[in-house]
Structures are given as structure tokens and as C-alpha cells.
Design a protein around this ligand. Structure first.
Ligand code: AMP
Ligand code: MG
Length: 301
């Protein structure tokens, strides 16, 4: 494994693309300080250049070198939740290429809680820009097999670390405005963040409108099969499909549910169903990231 990591780190330093596991989903990584390498990520994914990438670091110190301002709130959140599934958006240093941030003067930073990801960053010696390792708008990969099936030969190397334990993308919090803003829900809930830094606005709400995040599309994270959100088992009357509910085909607990969600959707997607009906999970903080992904996966536009 260490030989493989060394080869992967060498590829990153040479400006090539390496897919690697994090605790959330598999990432498609490139040297974040190499604009040409980062440009290849957008090409391979078919991702619009208006959608900024998260930069992965191996320590708080490494994050601070990329930030022109490191607010107290960032320090508090990083100390409590890094390594972990929480991305912090802060003002960027000039040496962070515009390609990474989609031209914004801010950068999203995260220290992933996965030994292979951390080792790859350390051995490369550079921060690694990485979106999910899938074609734009499709389901995120939670195994090396998903990456192979989706991107295959377009990637220079795929590091296989098995299934990703968290299973949905990180919570994203912006710390650039007057007030912190939740840009994307995830398994670290707004409640947990507010416990550390006080009130957090939610992007899309009237108050937070001015900070609305680029790269937030209503339809995203979608299987090809039509996904419908239902209540009380009210599945579509026509066609054949599968019904997913916590405690039924899906784990009853949010952590287990999130970890299983994309793998389940990947699998069902290959089975030719007319629909996948998903019972609306509870309106509780622990489920808010899952509810967000299901809403987007079921959006028709
Ligand atoms: P992805 O890498 O596809 O999982 O998505 C990255 C997420 O981070 C998206 O929701 C982006 O909008 C968000 N993001 C990354 N960098 C920034 C930034 N500088 N400002 C605002 N949002 C960001
Ligand atoms: Mg993605």
C-alpha cells in the first residue's frame, strides 16, 4: 500500500489526477496549486467552471496557509471537527488559483478523516483540490468500483480504500460574511455547528441570499432512475419500482443510512426499475444532510 501511495503522490506532484477515498465519498484529486492540473478535473467530470472545488489539507496549519483570513469560528470548528466531514469557506490567499475557486476570492477547505487521503496529501506535499469522482450531476462514488465504472480510463490512478464510511458529501459552512452561512447540509448538523459558533443562517433563506453558493444546483446527486420522495409508503401507482425506508430496506439510524444510500442507489440504478420510491426521513437535525441529498436527487430540473 505504501508503494501505491508513493506512486499516487508522485502523480499528484506531476499534475496528474488521482481518485482517492475520503470518509465522505471518493474524490478526484489534483495539486490545488497547479491551475492546469485542476483544469483537467473540470474536463474529466464535465463540471462547469463556475462550480468551485473543495481543497483538502492534512492539518489546520496547511489550511491557514491558503486562507488570507482565518476567523476564530474557523479555528473553533476545525479544532472540534477536523479531520472530518466539514468544509469551511474562508477568504483565499492570492496563490490559490482562480480555477479552483471558480473565480471567487474565497476557498473551501477541509481536512478529511481518512488515513489514505491524509497520507496522500502529506506525501504529495501540496493541498489537493478534489470534487467527487463522478461525472457532473450523477451519483457520487462511495467505492473504487463506482469510480472505475463512472470515470475509468480518464483518471491516472484510483486508490482503493474500500467503502467510504460517512457516505454523503461534507457539510459546507461559509465564514466570509457578517454571519456564518450553511451552504450545504451534511452529517455534521447545523445544530452541532451552532453549539460552537452561535447562529448560522441557511443559504437560500431570505437573509442569506447575498451569499448563496455557486455550484448549488437543485438537481444533483441523482441516479438515472426516477427517484420520488414519498410519505407513508405512497409509492407511484404505475410501473415497477423499489421502496426504500429507514428500518426497511435501509438502516434505521442516520449514520448507517447515509453510509448505505449511494451504494444502494448505484445498485438499483443498474436493475431497470421504473422508479425508486424513498420514504421521507424524519425532520430531525441528524437527518438534514440525507434529506437535502434526497430532495436534490428527486428534483426534475
Ligand atoms: P463537491 O466538491 O461537488 O462536493 O461540491 C463542493 C461544494 O462546496 C459545493 O457545494 C460548492 O458550492 C462548495 N464550495 C466550495 N468552494 C466554495 C467557495 N469558495 N465558496 C462557496 N462554496 C464553495
Ligand atoms: Mg459532487
Amino acid at each position: 500500500m505504501s508503494g501505491e501511495l508513493e506512486r499516487a503522490a508522485a502523480l499528484i506532484r506531476e499534475g496528474r489526477l488521482v481518485a482517492f477515498p475520503t470518509e465522505t465519498v471518493y474524490g478526484l484529486g489534483a495539486n490545488a496549486l497547479d491551475a492546469a492540473a485542476v483544469g483537467r478535473i473540470f474536463t474529466v467530470k464535465g463540471r462547469p467552471s463556475t462550480s468551485p472545488l473543495i481543497v483538502h489539507v492534512a492539518s489546520i496549519e496547511m489550511a491557514r496557509e491558503l486562507a488570507s483570513v482565518w476567523p476564530d469560528a474557523a479555528q473553533r470548528l476545525a479544532e472540534r471537527h477536523w479531520p472530518g466531514p466539514l468544509t469551511l469557506v474562508v477568504p483565499k490567499q492570492p496563490h490559490v488559483p482562480d480555477t479552483v475557486t471558480a473565480g471567487l476570492q474565497t476557498v473551501g477547505l477541509r481536512m478529511p478523516a481518512h488515513p489514505m487521503a491524509l497520507e496522500l496529501i502529506r506525501r504529495s506535499g501540496v493541498p489537493i483540490a478534489a470534487p467527487s469522482a463522478n461525472v457532473f450531476m450523477q451519483l457520487s462514488p462511495t467505492s473504487a468500483e463506482h469510480v472505475r465504472a463512472g470515470l475509468g480510463a480518464a483518471v491516472d490512478m484510483i486508490l482503493d480504500g474500500g467503502s467510504t464510511p460517512v457516505g454523503i458529501e461534507s457539510t459546507v459552512v461559509s465564514l466570509v460574511g457578517q454571519r456564518p452561512v450553511l451552504l450545504r447540509a451534511g452529517m455534521i448538523s447545523r445544530e452541532e455547528i451552532e453549539a460552537l459558533i452561535g447562529p448560522v443562517e441557511v443559504a437560500g433563506s431570505a437573509d442569506a441570499g447575498a451569499h448563496a453558493a455557486p455550484g448549488m444546483h437543485a438537481r444533483h446527486y441523482s441516479p438515472r432512475t426516477r427517484l420520488v420522495l414519498v410519505r407513508d409508503r405512497a409509492v407511484p401507482a404505475r410501473g415497477r419500482g423499489v421502496y426504500l425506508a429507514p428500518g426497511g430496506r435501509m438502516p434505521a439510524e442516520p449514520q448507517g443510512y447515509a453510509a448505505a444510500l449511494y451504494a444502494t442507489l448505484h445498485e438499483l440504478d443498474g436493475q431497470g426499475w421504473d422508479w425508486i420510491a424513498v420514504e421521507e426521513p424524519p425532520e430531525e437535525p441528524a437527518w438534514e444532510g440525507i434529506r437535502d441529498r434526497l430532495r436534490r436527487a428527486s428534483a426534475r430540473v
